[in-house]
Ligand binder design. Structure first.
Ligand code: SF4
Length: 242
């Protein structure tokens, strides 16, 4: 794809105000989720990734002293020079809180990351894509790669979670139950509404309508809940195939 089509820097002004950057790494190692083509945003060329990432990071101003870093896969799929540049950016722009994403299978890398940023006086928030706490649905239909059913155990290493809604079979009750479970075990919940992409899992328009009419009104003012009706609502991303 042409990288010109991807927006990689944005500011999220409300609900936990922060800047956000979409960086590029060597890519998600799992790559099996049946709903995801985000993992196509990668390059094996670490030099090219760093060149891109440092340009994106140069846009960070520190306006809210919080920065969210996302990339397809986990933070540990970013090259070391990029990680150093993130740390340098935090110091220069007085970022006091940083958010990263991490897949369940990479969780053993989290303590070292927390220590590294903590040593610089920066608190770390780690977000995991869980999609749903219905583990049978999650693993048999979505193939998410989380071999743990207990939300409390999953939450031991993570601060925030992402949920995926608007999928066939979901109901008002199941979507609310997932959000409530997320709020019970995590500091913040990000609800992503399924959009059409190149992968086999399709959005269900009827379920999305139920979400919009019955679920969204209950949580849209909750400061701990982000809702992305489109996956570019944070101002980063784009069509991976353009
Ligand atoms: S959702 Fe995340 S873990 Fe799953 S394939 Fe996409 S990038 Fe990888």
């Amino acid at each position: 794809m042409s990288d010109n089509k991807m927006q990689r820097y944005s500011v999220i002004p409300d609900k936990n105000p922060r800047e956000i950057v979409l960086l590029r790494g060597t890519g998600c190692k799992w790559r099996r989720c049946r709903f995801c083509d985000y993992h196509l945003d990668f390059s094996a060329d670490e030099t090219a990734n760093f060149e891109l990432n440092q340009k994106v990071l140069s846009q960070v101003t520190g306006i809210f002293h919080k920065l969210e870093v996302i990339n397809s896969g986990s933070f540990c799929d970013l090259d070391e020079k990029t990680m150093n540049r993130i740390l340098q950016t935090c110091r220069e722009k007085e970022i006091s809180q940083i958010h990263f994403e991490c897949h369940w299978r990479d969780r053993e890398n989290i303590p070292a990351l927390r220590s590294r940023f903590s040593a610089a006086g920066i608190s770390t928030r780690i977000k995991i894509g869980i999609e749903t706490f219905d583990s049978l649905f999650r693993e048999s239909y979505l193939d998410k790669g989380i071999d743990e059913k207990n939300p409390a155990v999953i939450a031991e290493n993570f601060n925030e979670c992402c949920l995926l809604q608007g999928l066939p079979g979901q109901t008002e009750e199941s979507m609310k139950r997932d959000i409530e479970t997320g709020l019970a075990h995590f500091e913040r919940v990000c609800v992503n509404i399924m959009g059409r992409n190149s992968r086999p899992v399709l959005p269900d328009p009827g379920v999305i309508r139920i979400f919009f009419d019955k679920v969204r009104p209950c949580y849209e003012k909750n400061p701990r809940v982000d809702i992305l009706m489109n996956n570019t609502d944070f101002g980063v991303g784009g069509d991976i195939h353009e």
